[in-house]
Design a binder for this molecule. Structure first.
Ligand SMILES: CC(C)(COP(=O)(O)OP(=O)(O)OC[C@H]1O[C@@H](n2cnc3c(N)ncnc32)[C@H](O)[C@@H]1OP(=O)(O)O)[C@@H](O)C(=O)NCCC(=O)NCCS
Length: 181
């Protein structure tokens, strides 16, 4: 059903305010039950806001895709070029930095459509390996990433406010040459 209702497009600078709102809201929805209000507030303030998302949308090393369902934002993903952790081998790594679907659209196929477009965009950037970090306690996201072809490669610390947490690092080979041994 989501296929008929959902379109995926590249975000443009004028999407910054909507992206900031969506980013903060989906992060809060996903993680506020398992973290203190103080740590959530610190992280949200440092990660989402008009200026921050405006800068991201103007950064040539970041690709942002928006999923729109029934003409409203239903999710987004962001790819980022840059260094990868040691557990990610292979040339030309691209990070799947953020991947969030609105609660109302979870389990309805939007995530699959967004992931397909995200993988295509990463390959178009010339990426060899697509890698990501996901909280070790975020079992739903890990299940979704495994279903999408990602494999666990290791772990990496993540600081939420003042709380040191552990992320799993997962990766997907975009070209056979960079496939895991
Ligand atoms: C992660 C996310 C994009 C996945 O999209 P989705 O539409 O929920 O994905 P799906 O429903 O297709 O797949 C999720 C899988 O997890 C399973 N699942 C659901 N709840 C689960 C749980 N509590 N523990 C483990 N697996 C769970 C589902 O059964 C499904 O697998 P299946 O299709 O084999 O049954 C979406 O849930 C989301 O945006 N979550 C909040 C933000 C987030 O965590 N983003 C990732 C940050 S790294």
């Amino acid at each position: 059903m989501a296929e008929r209702l959902t379109t995926i497009r590249r975000a443009v600078p004028s999407d910054a305010a909507a992206l900031a709102e969506l980013g903060a809201r989906t992060f809060r929805d996903a993680f506020e039950a398992d973290n203190t209000p103080e740590n959530m507030a610190l992280y949200l303030a440092s990660s989402y806001g008009l200026d921050l998302q405006s800068a991201e949308l103007r950064n040539a090393g970041i690709v942002t895709l928006l999923a729109e369902s029934e003409n409203r934002l239903a999710g987004y993903s962001q790819l980022r070029e840059g260094p990868a952790p040691d557990c990610i081998g292979g040339a030309r790594p691209i990070e799947l930095w953020r991947f969030y679907v609105e609660r109302a659209w979870q389990g309805r196929g939007v995530a699959q459509m967004l992931m397909a477009a995200t993988i295509e965009a990463a390959a178009a950037l010339g990426g060899g390996t697509l890698w990501l970090c996901v909280w070790e306690r975020n079992h739903r996201a890990q299940a979704f990433y495994r279903k999408s072809g990602f494999e666990d490669r290791g772990e990496k610390p993540f600081i939420l406010g003042t709380d040191r947490q552990t992320d799993r690092v997962m990766a997907l080979a975009l070209s056979q040459r960079d496939a895991a041994p």
